[in-house]
Design a protein around this ligand. Structure first.
Ligand SMILES: C[S@@+](CC[C@H](N)C(=O)[O-])C[C@H]1O[C@@H](n2cnc3c(N)ncnc32)[C@H](O)[C@@H]1O
Ligand code: SF4
Length: 456
């Protein structure tokens, strides 16, 4: 049963998909006119004094989860992984050769796929090359996404520790066996707890856990059991993603049986998880993250230093994020570029010594303005439009946001959004509406009604 406030929220959740706004303009607006020559220029333009951050994409997994929306594939042999890493190293060399100076790196994130599939030797080669080509600053945060079902412990843990990894992001999704069987991901609580204990014992103490709501067969009862188990693990951060069902793009999602949950069911699970962790004294970060009160990301939130990028919410303040590996996206002061997704083509490009760029997007002046508004709303649920007008020299256009604010009016009328002195703030209980409200400021957003409902 929904509470009255959620009944009103449900009515405002659209029946069409809404972007997750990990970038603005969003990835469907990227185009192939942005090529390696443009990327080279943008790399040259990066300010050598400013810190940069690196994202390393490892697109391999040991087993296919049917829900997965990531750029990942399953391999049974190590050969293709070793081969991929050889080209990843070439890509790092190529990128470093285009930068004017040895850049300072403040954050390195290994994502995927499951980067924990790498053998110590490959991990050491990648990190050694990064150390050679970049200056890693003292408190650089080094993080990795890991699949607990196949984490080998032993040597890999020692290597991670010696290489300075500090944060591990662990996929769980749901502990209900019925849900797990249906998504082809059997993962016991015991297995997950043992891994977290093992990491903590080895001084890798910052633990994030990923959950998903909206999977078939999830019920309030089964999800509470999952939440209790997660809470007992005392993670520093929890991400609770809404299941993105996109079978026209990710064909394996058709293997999922059972009814895809509707917006009402999704909202119930969202609210359950949100109330649960807020009652356990976690702090809500943006739309779908929860962090322990004393965690560093909460300080960033309070000091308004939070960022949102392709990995979600991050403490990393670097203005340049360089993505390495197939499908990875880089964000530079001039725009975005995305690498080739199909691994053989990614490798082919590097064989020719060409940066493997698929597409991208150059920022227009207004993109930065609307991007800032969307980022503020996604991070802090609030934006001071006077500050935006001042920052982007729009003082001569006092009604510049008239059209966008008109779209926000239904949310104001229902009391979920407040507009006072040109400060737009979304009430905390209306977090499920944040993406929809952001879409009012998205100049490229088009409703696509043919797709499944993904409003929340
Ligand atoms: C690269 S995976 C995490 C690491 C590791 N591969 C694992 O699964 O344990 C990143 C996270 O994305 C989320 N994710 C993947 N596919 C999703 C989908 N279709 N909808 C929502 N979240 C999804 C999952 O929570 C997953 O843990
Ligand atoms: S959820 Fe993680 S382990 Fe499962 S297929 Fe996707 S990337 Fe691989």
């Amino acid at each position: 049963m929904l509470l009255n406030k959620d009944k009103s929220i449900l009515k405002l959740i659209p029946k069409h998909p809404i972007p997750r706004y990990t970038s603005y303009p969003t990835a469907p607006n990227f185009h192939s006119k942005i090529d390696q020559n443009i990327y080279k220029k943008w790399l040259k333009n990066t300010n050598s004094k400013e810190k940069i951050s690196l994202y390393i994409h490892i697109p391999f997994c040991n087993s296919l989860c049917y829900f997965c929306g990531c750029h990942a594939c399953v391999v049974n042999k190590y050969g293709p992984i070793k081969n991929y890493v050889d080209y990843l190293l070439i890509e790092i060399e190529l990128i470093a050769s285009k930068l004017k100076f040895k850049s300072k790196v403040s954050h390195i994130h290994f994502g995927g796929g499951s980067p924990s599939i790498l053998k110590p030797n490959e991990l050491i080669s990648i990190m050694n090359l990064i150390k050679k080509k970049f200056k890693i600053i003292k408190n650089c945060e080094i993080a990795m996404e890991i699949d607990p079902r196949f984490f080998p412990k032993g040597d890999l843990t020692k290597v991670l520790k010696n290489l300075g990894f500090t944060r591990m992001s662990i996929g769980v999704q749901d502990f209900s066996l019925k849900v797990q069987k249906n998504i082809n991901r059997k993962q016991s609580f015991k297995q997950t707890k043992e891994l977290i204990d093992h990491l903590r014992l080895n001084d890798i103490t910052v633990i994030n856990i990923d959950l998903i709501y909206g999977l078939p067969f999830q019920t309030i009862k089964s999800f509470i059991t999952t939440l209790n188990k997660i809470n007992s693990l005392k993670p520093d951060r929890i991400s609770i993603f809404g299941y993105a069902h996109v079978p026209w793009m990710k064909k394996h999602q058709k293997l999922i049986k059972g009814k895809i949950l509707n917006n009402e069911e999704r909202l119930q699970l969202y609210r359950l998880a949100s109330d649960y962790f807020l009652n356990k004294n976690y702090i809500a970060i943006g739309i779908d993250h929860y962090a322990k009160q004393n965690s560093s990301i909460v300080k960033k939130l309070k000091n308004k230093k939070l960022q949102r990028n392709f990995q979600g919410y991050t403490e990393d303040e670097a203005k340049t994020l360089i993505g390495v590996g197939s499908s990875s996206i880089s964000s530079l002061p001039d725009g975005y570029v995305q690498n080739i997704t199909y691994i053989p083509n990614y490798i082919e490009s590097l064989k020719k010594n060409k940066l493997p760029i698929l597409r991208g997007r150059k920022f227009k002046y207004k993109d930065k303005m609307y991007g800032t508004i969307i980022k503020e709303l996604m991070c802090y649920l609030s934006v001071d439009l006077n500050e935006i007008i001042h920052e982007f020299n729009k003082e001569n256009e006092p009604n510049i946001f008239f059209r966008e604010l008109f779209k926000v009016k239904p949310f104001i009328d229902k009391g979920f959004v407040n507009l006072k002195n040109n400060i737009l703030s979304i009430r905390p209980e209306a977090r499920p509406l944040v993406r929809t409200i952001c879409s009012s400021f998205d100049q490229y957003f088009k409703v696509n009604k043919n797709k499944y409902s993904l409003g929340i």
